[in-house]
Write a protein that binds this ligand. Sequence first.
Ligand code: WQD
Length: 346
Amino acid sequence: MRILVTGGAGYIGSHTCLQLLKAGHEIIVFDNLLNGKEEALLRVRDLAGCSFPFYADDLRDREAVERVFREHDIEAVIHFAGSKAVGESVRLPLDYYFNNVYGTLVLCDTMKRAGVQKMVFSSSATVYGMPSRCPIDETFPLTALNPYGRSKLMIEDILRDLSQSDPKWSIALLRYFNPIGAHRSGLIGEDPSGPPNNLLPCVTQVAVGKLPCLAVYGNDYPTPDGTAIRDYLHVEDLAAGHLKAVAKLSSLYGVEAYNLGTGRGWSVLEVVRAFEKATGRRVPYEIRDRRPGDAPIVFADPGKAERELGWTATRGLEEMCQDAWRWQSRNPNGYEVAVTAGAERL
Ligand code: WQD
């Protein structure tokens, strides 16, 4: 299929683009590079051995969005583009609503006018708020605890209303749990803009010496070792889930949500220990106060994705840690490369 990938220069987007290309899809990438990096796309081209059009544009620019649909006969859209830092969303809610929600409105309106009505949307487990029990399935109540989560929930509601208005829309909402790791080549991976917020980039930056020590936010949770539990899944498994969802669109009418997780939770200290064992690197840590808004335990029931998409996570925590470390150790400064190197390859 010919697929427009918004946010394709980002962490999950770049891994998904590579798998789409290897599976024989044609892709067009549209990314404002607010989070994503163009170097990631250069490396995707190298790894895939083929090129693709890239528009360094913003979904809030209606002209730019209309141009892409004019210049390419797009059959489906995978919509990753959006800001995703919880803390930042509390400080800058308007930025999140403009970038995430308004950008999606422009995209959907342009899709409608172009007669493109197949979409895979990058949603998040954050739409479940702070669940009272686990595992979480797609029937759990939806709520949001911060502007980032609210933006994801608003977009899901917009897509559900769109589908209600016209049954020809075919939309898969993929609710990610905690993606970590990197492509096994070590050439693409997670490269947070600014100081990392998520656990694994913090662990790898301590291991590579960019951070002195890992802050463990709370060890007084009602869990076996007192630290919070999450459902970490390999970004390559997550990317594969998008290809399964794209394949499903031809037989999916309306809107369906799918939890993409392993169905197993690991605590912060279990992850630290697994990382040290898998990589031989030490990760010094200090226990700090709980981080406001953190839930004690969050993990998925991935049964619906298994049944309806034929998708399941296959990679274990050791492989996630090894692949995360290979990326970080080979790219201590992420995609920040000498401009000349990039220029030669353009
Ligand atoms: C995981 C656990 C922290 C950093 C967030 C977003 C969610 C999704 C994934 C986009 C928690 C602990 C973390 C550190 C720590 N993003 N931790 N020290 O909070 O589950 O989810 O990222 O969709 O929407 O909310 O992930 O990696 O930030 O934290 O102890 O330096 O690790 O307290 O228990 P989280 P996380």
